[in-house]
Every structure is written in C-alpha cells, then in structure tokens.
Design a protein around this ligand. Structure first.
Ligand code: ADP
Ligand code: MG
Length: 310
C-alpha cells in the first residue's frame, strides 16, 4: 500500500512543459514567473460529493469538471489561466479511482495548457478544491462592476442544458450521452473571455443560473436591466422541454452552464458578431442595461430559483 507522499508523486507529479514554472509539486511551495506588465488573477472552487456531483460520479468526470469550473472563472475575468493547485480530501486510498482521476486531470491540464504546481492531500469525505492562477495585462481584467446604462447584455452558448440533464437524473430518467456531456464536461470559454478585453464592460460566468449571476453584475455596477425571456439561447432539447412545461425557470435559473454573460457598449456590436464567427461560439444579445437598479425579465412571471448553498 502506498503512503501519502508516494500517492502524490505517483498520481500528481508529472513533468510540466511551461518553462516559466521553476518549481512545481515537491517543495514547500511553488515558484513561477509572471511578466512585469501583468496581474496575477486567482480563484478557487470546491466540488463536494453529494452537493456538486453524485456519489457514483466517474472519477474522470469529477477531475475534468473541477478544473473546468475554475478555468471558467479565470475566463470570466478576461484572463488566461496558467497553473493550479489541487487540494484533495479522500475517504480512502483507492488506486483505481485515483488512476482515473489523475489521468483525466492530466489530460485536461494539457488540453487547456495549465500546469498542476502543488496541492494538499488529506483523508475525509470526498472533496476536491482547485485554486487556479492566471494572468491578465495590468488594469485590463473584466470585472463585474463595469456595466453602464445603455450597454447591451450578451450570453455565450446555450442555457439550461446542464439543468435539464440534472432534472432528468433527479426524476430517475436516464439522460442521453449528449445531455450528460453538458453536465459533466462543460466547455469553459477560455478563448472568448480574453477576447472580450476592450470590448466587454463587465463579465461573469454563469454557474448558478443566469438570473442570479446577471444580478451580481447589476449590483456591482449599480445599474438595472431588462432582458427578454424569448431571446434566451436554447438548444433543441431545452426548447422541446419548454414546449410542454413552459418552465422558463430552467434556462433562467438552472445552474452549471459555465457560459459567459457580459455587457458591452453598443458600438461593439460588429466586433462581437465577428468574434462569434471567428471563435465559432454562439453569442446572443438578451437585453439592455438601464438605470432601474432591478432586473426585469420580459415574459417570465416565476420567482428566482437560482442556486444558493444556504
Ligand atoms: P506540506 O507538508 O509542506 O504541506 P505536503 O506534504 O502536503 O507539504 O505536500 C508535499 C508536496 O506535494 C507539496 O509540493 C505539495 O504542493 C504537493 N501536493 C500535495 N498534495 C498534492 C495534490 N493532491 N496534488 C498536487 N500536489 C500535491
Ligand atoms: Mg500539506
């Protein structure tokens, strides 16, 4: 049976290809260079069994999603992710589980070009915390607080697919593989985020439901907004679901989309259209910022059902 240090070395200490990382896993702390005209951007997200994933979730899916949700936060700042640490709490030393987890994490870290530079390993209920670090040119990060009266409001991709998959699972209906992909393999908008620098006035990643996450932008920017529920970007399966249920709360308040919601001065409309084409990402205008201090959703009477832990 391996001990804690053998575990770390075997599963989480792979060679890194980023030459600006001088020290990764294995010392008391990691060391890496960042350019003088850059700011360090950092964020952390935890995934807990029973809260963020089901007890029988695949280790590879858990690993991928732990990294993806963190990449999404860095993208929402307009920044580029560089490296991350992994704090892993495990109920037991299960080598089959660890092998799948580590292989998937390594694959995702290579795909997104982010290096695992350290972490912590402890025993307890299954819990994965990733702290991610990225860089952005000084004073260029896109905050929640920059939305201005008259700005257009956009959202990337489609909304509600992950929530629909989760709903099916909770109702004992087996989702198909493309639906499961939306929940388990969200695609963080790592190219779109940095491309929005000098275009977006504010940005947030939609993780807890558009209605709640857009409200964060409104509060931080001290503005209001009108959005049109008819303009929400929806996949065919969510459209089908709405036909029979009329449940607009699903795409409006359902979580786990990991799309970007951003605001932008109207003068940037053409640039945004071109960006959408060049990145091959659907970008939809869903409303406009105003001075009302509230969020009005045309065509939706329901109350807020966005996700909150407490
Ligand atoms: P310390 O006792 O100084 O906290 P640890 O024994 O916890 O150090 O960790 C030893 C090294 O292994 C450190 O470089 C740490 O960052 C790294 N490490 C520990 N757990 C993990 C993990 N799950 N993933 C990646 N690196 C890890
Ligand atoms: Mg430690």
């Amino acid at each position: 049976m391996m001990n804690e240090f053998e575990l770390i070395n075997h599963y989480f200490n792979w060679p890194l290809s980023d030459p600006s990382i001088e020290l990764g896993v294995g010392d008391d702390a990691a060391l890496f260079e960042i350019d003088a005209d850059c700011q360090l951007v950092t964020s952390t997200d935890t995934l807990s069994e029973g809260v963020h994933f089901f007890k029988d979730a695949l280790p590879g899916d858990i690993a991928y999603k732990s990294l993806a949700v963190n990449l999404s936060d860095i993208a929402a700042m307009g920044a580029k992710a560089k490296c991350f640490t992994l704090s892993l709490t495990l109920p037991k030393l299960d080598e089959i589980w660890l092998k799948e987890f580590s292989e998937s994490l390594k694959e995702a870290s290579e795909f997104f070009k982010v290096s695992l530079i350290g972490g912590d390993t402890t025993k307890g209920p299954l819990n994965i915390t990733i702290t991610i670090m990225g860089v952005v040119k000084k004073s260029k990060a896109i905050k929640r607080s920059g939305a201005k009266n008259g700005d257009d409001i956009y959202v990337s991709g489609n909304l509600g697919d992950a929530a629909l998959c989760l709903k099916k699972m909770n109702e004992g209906i087996k989702p198909n593989s493309s639906e499961l992909n939306k929940l388990n393999q969200p695609a963080p908008r790592v190219k779109l985020g940095p491309s929005l620098i000098n275009i977006a006035s504010s940005c947030i990643d939609v993780s807890d439901g558009l209605e709640q996450d857009l409200t964060h932008i409104l509060r931080a920017s001290k503005v209001g907004a009108i959005i049109d529920s008819q303009s929400l970007p929806l996949s065919d399966s969510v459209k089908d679901y709405l036909k029979t249920s009329q449940d607009l709360g699903l795409p409006l308040c359902g979580g786990d989309d990991y799309e970007l919601c951003f605001t932008s001065d109207q003068s940037h409309q053409m640039e945004i259209k071109k960006l959408s084409e060049s990145l091959n990402i659907r970008i939809t205008k869903i409303g406009v910022i105003n001075n009302s201090q509230t969020l009005e959703i045309r065509g939706y009477e329901g109350s807020s059902k966005s996700y909150q832990h407490f």
